[in-house]
Design a protein around this ligand. Sequence first.
Ligand code: PRP
Length: 219
Amino acid sequence: MSLSIALTKGRLEKQTVDMLERCGYGIEKLHNKGRALVFEDTVKDIRYFLVKAADCITYVEHGVADIGIVGKDTLMEGGSDYYELLDLNIGRCRFIVAGMADANPLQMMGHVRIGSKYPEVAKQYFLSRGMDVEMIRIEGSVELGPVLGLCDGIVDIMETGTTLKENGLVVYDTVCEISARAIVNKASFKMKRQEIMSVLSDLERIVKEDAERNQSEGS
Ligand code: PRP
């Protein structure tokens, strides 16, 4: 039975393609893909398509994709009708709370305005601290919010920390660690269990190889 896999475009794309290639899959067309969005595997009976992170969940939930590869940040923000079955340990970053150097939003009294591309994650974090938070949804360049006075602080993902630093923001707390996950459509997991488990165990082998290599390099 053939499988459909939704891959997240952008930040995660290259690492995901590298991983699938190391599994021995025929995914070489994705290296020089131009503007194409759908690809057939040249070795396996798999079709891949490239989508935005939030849409990856939608395609999996609707069963158009059997498997999706997407960041935990996007999974935490919305959607729950899928199985999250594997941590791929790529695309590692953190959800952080940041603000201007002299204005820690976590120490502000009363109403705090927080800008984020992830309003649900941010709201839950501030509510769990018992704070009176107003969420302001920002679609990108979130770091600008506190600089221009749109908000008192932000909840965003940080990878290298360069964007924060270059815009004069500092980290006040880490909400949680993030990495890419493999999610699976619930019905597909019943109907195509063997095919799905085969892909997941191939990916898991690469995850383990990398973990062992990192461990031996670290020791
Ligand atoms: C993300 C995030 C930060 C930046 C963090 O934005 O929202 O702005 O990356 O990365 P760094 O810690 O390595 O600097 P993205 O590049 O996805 O673009 P966007 O701001 O347009 O959403």
